[in-house]
Write a protein that binds this ligand. Structure first.
Ligand code: ZN
Length: 420
């Protein structure tokens, strides 16, 4: 197979957080085969050369918290959306939304919970190159504690929807993990506290699962080669999740210094989802009317702590990986906004934000041998950017600056248009 060569670009070295000019990358069989100074490049006659002089080459970006099946409009009325949307439609939405991420330079995404089993089928069809899309890691249905998450709807509807799954005790937990594995999950998503959009009665301070259950979940998941991600707002739910060995804490709104110290020791990752919280900051009075007042109250209550707590976690040295909770804040395909929010709200540098979206995200999902940096032997997932995002991250929000998106060494999008 002929080689694809990107000549003479400025490569973002995500491991060391610097830009190296005059670099040429040779891609063969989906992977980076050689990288070095352009003057040392040994040209072969069949090489397909792309001149990237003056352009910045980033490793493919990663968003570790999305919900592919959902549209942004759903957020304003989950009950109606769930009642009116057929399961098959959710699968098609997932495909369209996955492609929106790919077009925007996000070549790997982690789906943190779906209604149907569509995401694992989508992942398979993308991996088989039957459909074009990003690399997907999927949780399928999260492991939730019945009675503490209201699902979306009135009681009778919930009873109708209920999947006869009351998970309790360590045996119940082991069963639930194995069932997710059989359904095609790459990792386990759970919730250790109530949530903002989970319903009026779902209290964000409430700590779900007892310690034995959490330990059983993590042990069984890890035994089967899966990590666990947990949604957590309240401080106790954050703490028990970290204590049990959960790998990524999603949101972490009311995280304490004590928990943060344990995260640093254990190497736990925080996925701040600043985008999701910006949603409540930016709601117009008219749009607020779409929500029950309890939900608005919860969102506004948490918004008071988040920037400060996440900043504290970052300053104390917690590993940070990018995740948006798309489509809560906006439609899929706008994950680059999170980079800016991490800089503005948490005090990270643009370089650190880009590391959170590349090498740190890869480490969080234990794929740092394959993804997250532009090195020999890794998958050739990368973005060729017009302009320097290290100076101005907003460049990444404008798709015309994303000259090429490559996944597995193939150009999959040019300036926001898919190369189907
Ligand atoms: Zn989420």
């Amino acid at each position: 197979m002929s080689r694809v060569v990107l000549r003479n670009g400025k490569v973002f070295d995500s491991l060391n957080g610097k830009l190296i000019d005059g670099q040429t990358i040779i891609i063969q069989d989906r992977k980076i085969n050689w990288i070095g100074q352009d003057s040392s490049y040994d040209q072969e006659s069949k090489d397909k050369i792309i001149d990237v002089s003056g352009k910045v080459l980033l490793p493919g970006l990663m968003d570790l918290h999305v919900h592919l099946e959902f549209l942004h409009e759903f957020i304003y009325n989950m009950e109606r959306a769930m009642l009116r949307t057929k399961d098959a439609m959710l699968g098609y939405y997932a495909l369209k939304n996955a492609q929106e991420h790919l077009k925007s330079g996000f070549t790997t995404i982690r789906d943190c919970g779906s209604e149907t089993l569509a995401p694992s089928s989508l992942r398979k069809l993308i991996n088989e190159e039957f459909l074009l899309g990003p690399r997907c890691l999927v949780a399928q249905q999260p492991i939730v504690q019945w009675g503490n998450k209201e699902e979306f709807g009135p009681h009778d509807w919930i009873k109708f929807m209920r999947r006869e799954e009351v998970i309790s005790g360590t045996d119940g937990m082991i069963h639930a993990v194995r069932e997710r594995r059989r359904d095609g999950s790459d990792f386990i998503k759970t919730i250790t506290t109530g949530g903002v959009l989970h319903g009026q009665e779902s209290k964000v301070e409430l700590s779900l699962w007892n310690n034995d259950e959490l330990h059983a979940m993590v042990a069984e998941a890890e035994r089967l080669g899966m990590h666990v991600a947990s949604h957590a707002h309240g401080s106790l739910g954050n703490h028990t999740a970290v204590e049990a060995g959960i790998r990524t804490i999603e949101h972490g709104s009311m995280i304490t210094e004590e928990t943060v110290r344990m995260m640093v020791k254990k190497g736990t990752y925080l996925v701040p989802t600043q985008s999701a919280f910006s949603f409540f900051d930016n709601l117009t009075p008219e749009k607020k009317k779409a929500f029950p007042p309890e939900i608005i109250e919860k969102g506004e209550h948490l918004a008071q702590f988040i920037a400060e707590n996440h900043k504290m976690a970052y300053e104390k040295g917690v590993n940070i990986a990018l995740g948006t909770d798309a489509p809560v804040a906006s439609a899929h395909g706008n994950s680059a906004r999170e980079l800016l929010l991490m800089v503005e709200n948490m005090g990270m540098t643009p370089i650190e934000a880009l590391q959170a979206a590349t090498i740190n995200a890869a480490r969080a999902i234990r794929m740092e041998e394959e993804l997250g940096s532009l090195e020999v032997g890794k998958y050739a997932d990368l973005v060729v950017v017009n302009g320097n995002p290290l100076d101005d991250l907003t460049l990444l929000e404008q798709k015309e600056n994303l000259l090429y998106v490559l996944k597995d060494g193939k150009i999959v999008a040019k300036q926001g248009r898919l190369e189907l």
